[in-house]
Design a protein around this ligand. Sequence first.
Ligand code: DGI
Ligand code: FE
Ligand code: FE
Length: 187
Amino acid sequence: MQSDKALAIVEKQLKKPRYEHTVRVMETSIKLAEKYGADVKKAETAAIFHDYAKYRPLEEMQRWIEKEQLPKDLLQYHHELWHGPVGALMIEREVGIRDPDVLHAITVHTTGCAGMSVLDKVVFLADYIEPGRAFPGVDEVRKVSEDDLDKACWMASRNTINMLVSLHRKVYPDTFHAYNDLLNPNG
Ligand code: DGI
Ligand code: FE
Ligand code: FE
């Protein structure tokens, strides 16, 4: 799908700051895909649609998780974790995007998971480092993203887990799986 058409579809789903975040994630994903050899068009499409479901009513997302083939354990965790997996299914049904690589990158963009593809990592990292983000430690991750994709993703996972633990929030297993999988004992 043409990027202007895709952007027009998501613009209708999102509030303005979230749409602007989406455009920055798209630009950052394209740069990372070029650098690390992911399919640039798939990275662009996954980035454009990654937060498609962000503002859907919670009851609607809950119904999708209950009725569709989605992990039921999501219901035991914060609703912030729902918009990736539910959003991937929604864009398949509502927009007709069927590319499994794109849908998977959207599914895991919040938590990461074990065995992420380069495309998954590109979108996961772009969402974390896009220029509008001001997380503590994000500048260090931006620097590392210039030459080590895995280490930068690991740092993003680590920072997120540290933040969640410090706030006494539950950590979804895939968030730990991403961290463990990307941990490099030598560096
Ligand atoms: O949708 P965005 O705001 O662009 O970014 P996102 O999809 O990465 O969501 C970020 C939020 O998700 C952030 O506040 C941290 C939270 N998060 C990530 N992993 C977990 C988590 N929250 C909980 N409770 N548990 C997790 O494992
Ligand atoms: Fe998101
Ligand atoms: Fe996002």
